[in-house]
Ligand binder design. Structure first.
Ligand code: SF4
Ligand code: SF4
Length: 327
């Protein structure tokens, strides 16, 4: 059975990647299970999804394993910044038999040196530049395409059909752009086609329970907390996740600040002399304040447009009309 884990951030299409890969495997004759795992949180937070794929003839028509994958055959990391986040668990359970694929602008040699892994480590050629840090267009489809090639049991036609099946509700244009990304990634990995080997089956029938209850404990390097001191959340600039910026129209604002400031989940709306003021370093752009403001005094502006306007205000003569992320 193949066991695959795909890591990324909320909003990068990681759940979609596992669905596309699972459907492509199903179309290639496998019994498949795929599932995302994320908390109650939000765009930009670490998430992962899993795919198990068993050959029907060899292993029966059902997959009895459930839950997260502890011994992956393939790990795809869509965002290399997650490698520095122990809580993301990207490296959990990796062995010498695992293939690790990282989407990064760094070289494979650099990551091998940094991570000192026994696994085979490959780099997914960097995807197009993102409009901002929270947006990585089509990265889910790119990961699915690259993974499909590394498995070696999926033909491009099955991959394309899976994308059409899974993304059809989003329209032809979305299907076309995601197909292009997935097939390009498939081709980019051609030199490594079939590199991933199937992990051995775990038989529930032969399982002998131990005489004690074993509680799994993560290695300290994985389980150690990210936060080592109190009151330091101010240092985490969640404003970088924002794709939409809430903007208060003070002409409409009724100064009912207890509404917006107390309902902002990140405490990003301060109150200065009865006036609500948004802290853009920490506003993550969830738009809850836009929805709850009684007189609709808070509007939403695309982040890149807001940055353009800021730039224009600072240096009107220098503005060249391009998105700041493209400069
Ligand atoms: S909820 Fe709306 S009207 Fe009330 S203080 Fe906040 S921005 Fe102003
Ligand atoms: S969008 Fe509004 S509610 Fe959401 S984090 Fe920003 S200020 Fe707070």
């Amino acid at each position: 059975m193949y066991r695959i884990r795909i890591h990324g951030r909320g909003g990068q299409g990681i759940k979609m990647a596992s669905r596309v890969l699972g459907t492509a495997l199903f179309r290639s004759g496998f019994t498949v299970q795929d599932a995302p795992k994320y908390g109650a949180e939000r765009r930009g937070a670490p998430i992962f999804s899993t795919v198990r794929a068993a050959r029907e003839a060899a292993e029966g028509a059902t997959i009895k394993e459930r839950g997260v994958i502890h011994r992956p055959d393939l790990v795809v990391i869509a965002d290399d910044t997650l490698l520095a986040v122990p809580a993301a668990g990207t490296l959990q359970g990796i062995t010498a038999a695992t293939v690790v694929l990282v989407n990064s602008r760094e070289t494979a040699a650099t990551w091998r040196h940094r991570l000192n892994l026994a696994a085979t480590l490959l780099i997914l050629p960097a995807t197009e530049e993102a409009r901002d840090r929270a947006e990585l267009p089509h990265i889910g489809a790119t990961c699915a395409g690259a993974a499909a090639c590394l498995l070696g049991v999926i033909e491009p036609a099955a991959l394309q059909a899976a994308i059409e099946e899974e993304l059809a509700p989003l329209g032809k244009e979305v299907v076309a752009t995601n197909s292009d990304s997935a097939l390009a990634a498939f081709d980019a990995m051609a030199a490594h086609r079939g590199l991933v080997t199937e992990g051995t089956a775990v038989s529930a029938t032969d399982y002998i329970p131990p005489s004690w209850v074993e509680l799994p404990v993560d290695d300290a390097s994985v389980a150690a907390p990210d936060i080592r001191a109190i009151a330091n959340s101010v240092q985490v600039r969640t404003g970088l996740w924002r794709t939409l910026r809430p903007v208060i129209d003070y002409d409409l604002c009724g100064k009912c600040w207890w509404v917006c400031s107390s309902l902002c989940p990140d405490s990003a709306i301060a109150v200065e002399q009865d006036i609500p003021v948004i802290d853009y370093d920490h506003c993550k752009g969830c738009m809850i304040c836009v929805g709850v403001c009684p007189p609709h005094a808070i509007g939403s502006v695309p982040e890149y447009l807001a940055q353009q306007q800021e730039q224009q205000a600072k240096s009107p003569g220098e503005h060249d009309g391009r998105d700041p992320a493209d400069r």
